[in-house]
Design a protein around this ligand. Structure first.
Ligand code: ATP
Length: 588
């Protein structure tokens, strides 16, 4: 069997310093990876590109919140109760597995995450699924919910439990009362964050695709659902491939090739905000090197979607014939802010000023507590609050002699005259609203993997097999490799000076003087360096160097004087290699 791209890529990633399992000296630990020098540089470049597109260009603010947060945050967000995956343990070898993944891997069923736990147990029996580690029969094994959060104690003792954040988003939501002030209480406004998230995945796998510590880049956009719409004209012509629910449920369903504008018009994309971000994301993913032919947006099936999300789409990339989620785009309504308002004493609303003050009728009560107190004891205040709510909801309840309210399932009857019920005209200048949240949530590690996979290429140069990463210059860890033909007779010195000059011009340069030139080219090809420059004897005589382009391996002789400008223009896409003013050189 020939090696898959995944196997080749993982080997290359370790050998060339992209990524490798952490703490190998101690046997390693599943689900933790270190990005080596190339990987760290690629990650930084991708994060910078994300920041430029989703924060700076959209006019949003970026924050940097802690990765450990106290338990009440996750009680409010729902993670403590519901951030679970389905766990099945092998009774023979004790290995833990994600039950929904076992089903997806061994049956034709897709998205098994949305299936109820009892049904998952039945499917394991029905398909006689076995333990992937030891082959033992898993039929009859119980499937349990397993919470994915890593717990810790904040300070000594265990009185203050905390958790490593399972997503960066909560660090934004909990600070909304301050963030809205920084945004001068004007909707819409967006807040972004790039940072680590932690999930105690049951079975981390596929190298950096499913790890226990990873990086997310999230944007939380706060909108007034009645007033704020995106400017769809900016993305309406963007071509996308969509996989909506209808197509997923149809046996012959297929990807729909369309534009954002058409998909909004024909109702495939129901939320204008999601449509907007899918358009922006499509262009951005292509810009950083995701292959559009191996990329799609898939709509969440009803059972997959969080109950509060009205619509959700995932960006997915095809890797070795599997579709992998890269990002999620959800319309979350007012769920997050309402939950934090309920669980804390802070104000998670925004005061929305009307254009003109409005006069409205307000029904109010001012109950006689000297009557309610003796009559209802400890429930008196609750009865007063219930009367106030009822006055707002149903004035007719106060038309008779008595009014009855329900408090915790008990009925309490109060004479209307003791409620001081009245209806008055009041002038209001605005109202408090809880903003809705639109959330594009990107995973950085899976994207890095995808960029490498989609850039991975093999060909033959000068009769020899070659592997190279066809990375875009914007994200490539190194832009230019600089080599002296050999480190002799002043060539090394001239090449080191040139490397320093190019670095000073803002280019990322890798200086290499070891081994034959051909080998040095192969090394740069394998890490995806778009251009290489060779200094030779001619350079000392006539001030020209050889510049070689990675993908075509074409070489040109160009003057060294304005090399920094030429390389900058090439790397920024302002100049094509074919248009560089230079003399063609014989192939390697
Ligand atoms: P999955 O279904 O694959 O577990 P998810 O739907 O739980 O992912 P989200 O909560 O939507 O993921 O997180 C947003 C993004 O964070 C994902 O699209 C993915 O790119 C990234 N991500 C989530 N979990 C992991 C992980 N364990 N390892 C690496 N990246 C992850």
């Amino acid at each position: 069997m020939s090696e898959s791209t995944a196997e080749k890529l993982v080997e290359l990633a370790k050998r060339r310093g992209y990524f490798f399992p952490s703490a190998g000296a101690y046997g390693g630990v599943a689900g933790f990876y270190t990005f080596g020098p190339q990987g760290a540089a690629l990650k930084q470049n991708v994060e910078d590109a994300w920041r430029e597109r989703f924060a700076v260009r959209e006019g949003h603010q970026e924050i940097d919140a802690p990765t450990v947060m106290p338990e009440p945050v996750f009680e409010a967000s729902g993670h403590l109760d519901g951030f679970d995956d389905m766990l099945v343990e092998c009774a023979d070898c004790g290995e833990s597995h994600r039950a929904d993944h076992l089903i997806e891997d061994n049956t034709a069923i897709e998205e098994a995450e949305s299936i109820a736990i009892e049904e998952v147990e039945d499917l394991i029996d029905e398909h006689q699924l076995v333990c992937p580690s030891c082959g033992a029969d898993l039929s009859g094994e119980p499937v349990d919910d397993f919470n994915l959060m890593f717990g810790t104690n904040i300070g000594p003792g265990d009185s203050s439990p905390g958790y490593l954040r399972p997503e960066t988003a909560q660090g934004i939501f909990v600070e909304f009362p301050l963030l809205k002030e920084y945004a001068r209480n004007q909707l819409p406004f967006g807040v972004t964050q790039i940072g680590k998230a932690y999930r105690n995945e049951i079975s981390p796998r596929k190298s950096v695709i499913r790890t226990r510590e990873f990086t997310q880049a999230e944007l939380e956009l706060f909108v007034d659902p009645e007033e704020n719409d995106p400017d769809l004209s900016r993305v309406e012509d963007v071509e996308v491939r969509l996989y909506p629910i209808g197509e997923q449920e149809d046996e012959d369903g297929e990807l729909i090739e369309t534009t954002i504008g058409e998909a909004v018009d024909d109702g495939t994309l129901a939320s204008p905000w999601i449509a907007y971000y899918l358009g922006v994301a499509q262009e951005w993913y292509e810009r950083v090197g995701v292959d559009a032919d191996r990329f799609r947006f898939r709509q969440h099936l009803a059972g997959e979607r969080a109950h509060y999300a009205s619509d959700c789409w995932d960006a997915e990339a095809e890797l070795d014939e599997d579709w992998i989620e890269l990002a999620g785009f959800a319309y979350r309504g007012d769920y997050d802010l309402s939950k934090h308002a309920e669980h804390s004493d802070e104000d998670f609303t925004i005061f929305k000023q009307y254009d003109e003050p409005v006069t409205v009728e307000r029904a109010t009560v001012d109950p006689d507590m000297s009557y309610l107190g003796p009559e209802f004891g400890g429930q008196a205040q609750a009865v007063a609050d219930a009367l106030a709510d009822l006055a707002e909801e149903d004035r007719s309840a106060f038309e008779g002699e008595d009014v009855t309210v329900d408090v915790d399932g008990e009925e309490y009857t109060v004479p209307v005259e003791k409620t001081d019920f009245s209806v008055d005209e009041v002038t209001e200048s605005g109202e408090h609203i809880t903003p809705h949240v639109v959330e594009p949530s990107f995973g950085v590690d899976r994207l890095l993997y995808t960029i490498l996979d989609h850039a991975y290429a093999e060909d033959e140069v000068g009769g020899e097999e070659r592997t190279y990463l066809s990375l875009d210059a914007e994200v490539a860890p190194t832009t230019v490799g600089v080599f002296p033909l050999m480190d002799k007779e002043g060539l090394g010195e001239r090449a080191r000076d040139l490397a320093a000059e190019l670095r000073a011009a803002g280019l990322s340069v890798n200086y290499d003087d070891s081994g034959a030139i051909g080998r040095r080219y192969r090394r740069q090809d394998e890490i995806g360096t778009p251009f290489c420059v060779t200094v030779d004897y001619e350079t000392l005589e006539d001030g020209t160097v050889t510049v070689r382009e990675r993908d075509s391996t074409e070489q040109l002789r160009v003057p060294v004087d304005d090399l920094d400008e030429t390389l900058t223009a090439l790397s920024e896409g302002d100049l094509a290699f074919a248009d560089v003013d230079g003399e063609p050189v014989e192939e390697e």
